[in-house]
Design a protein around this ligand. Structure first.
Ligand code: MG
Length: 309
């Protein structure tokens, strides 16, 4: 999870942390990692090492290149004013609570025979366009509902509702991922048909959503061919967590330099069992294979098909 960007510093977390421990030193104190206006550390400006409480900030430059690794502790990360041990405690605490909510969501979904997919990707990979098309194609066969995750706006939920499918928008504010607790609240509000399909469109982010189980049956990672073939190597956690990779925007392949063979090899290097389908949400090419994948994987756990009215 992203401890570097402080994505877990929600109001609850801040108040709990403040109660448990003294306030951290001024982040802008000399030598500390400074925060940019969007909350991310501008570490690149500070290649020195210095002490923070019980930890040192280690910045390693690799031989002639510009790559820099932060942190030498157990978590490999560092926050000003936080020890590595405390970061690990926070992560364990957050993830164990999330897992409890995820188990509850999963039990609830399985009891109702609902097949849930958690769609994850970078921003702009085409998740919402894919869902709009898939819902339009699949609605005659399956009852479908959607949970949309974005930091702000209800634009995506509005697009989904225009298909006739029910959708709940979750705005995470500064949060960079959905968690199982949020999804549980959405399940309370969503008119879920038994034996239907639930699509959860996560916040666009290839890092943090990998760590959060939402109670879904599968994570599906959407990678658009415009993003570059090396994303699986750059963000291996996400591709390791996913059971299916959809290579979207394939209609653009004639116009861009995208090495499909390398991309598939990279994805299988981090996850030998990942299934891969090439699709275009715009043209519809490859989508029947995705629909067959849904039927195949939902079929055992949930008898999806119900006759059209
Ligand atoms: Mg979207």
């Amino acid at each position: 999870m992203c401890a570097i960007c402080g994505c877990e510093n929600t109001a609850d977390e801040k108040s709990r942390s403040a109660a448990a421990e003294p306030p951290p030193p001024d982040r802008n104190a000399a030598g500390s990692a400074h925060l940019s206006v969007d909350g991310h550390p501008e570490h690149n400006r500070h290649r020195h090492s210095h002490s923070h409480d019980d930890q040192e900030l280690h910045v390693h430059s690799h031989g002639g290149d510009e790559a820099i690794d932060f942190g030498a502790g157990l978590a490999g990360i560092h926050l000003p004013g936080m020890s590595q041990e405390r970061i690990i405690r926070l992560e364990r605490d957050i993830l164990s609570k999330n897992d409890a909510f995820a188990r509850a969501n999963r039990s609830r979904l399985e009891a109702a025979g609902i097949f849930a997919l958690n769609l994850v990707s970078s921003p702009g990979s085409g998740k919402t366009s894919l869902l709009v098309r898939a819902i339009t194609d699949l609605q005659p066969r399956f009852a479908i509902a959607v949970i949309e995750g974005d930091q702000q706006t209800s634009n995506d939920a509005d697009r989904i509702r225009a298909t006739g499918a029910p959708a709940i928008q979750i705005n995470t504010g500064k949060g960079c991922h959905l968690d199982a607790h949020m999804v549980g609240h959405a399940l309370d509000q969503l008119p879920l048909a038994a034996r239907g399909v639930l699509f959860i469109e996560n916040v666009g982010n290839l890092v943090c959503p990998a760590a959060f189980d939402l109670g879904e049956a599968h994570k599906v990672v959407v990678l658009s061919v415009t993003e570059g073939e090396d994303k699986p190597l750059k963000y291996p956690g996400m591709f390791a967590a996913a059971d299916l990779m959809l290579l979207n925007k394939a209609d653009l392949l004639p116009y861009i330099d995208f090495d499909m063979t390398a991309c598939v090899e990279f994805a299988r290097r981090v996850n030998p069992r990942i299934e891969i389908l090439t699709i275009s949400a715009r043209t519809g090419d490859g989508l029947p294979a995705f629909y067959r994948w849904i039927e195949k994987h939902a079929g055992g756990a949930a008898p999806l098909a119900h006759a059209p009215a």
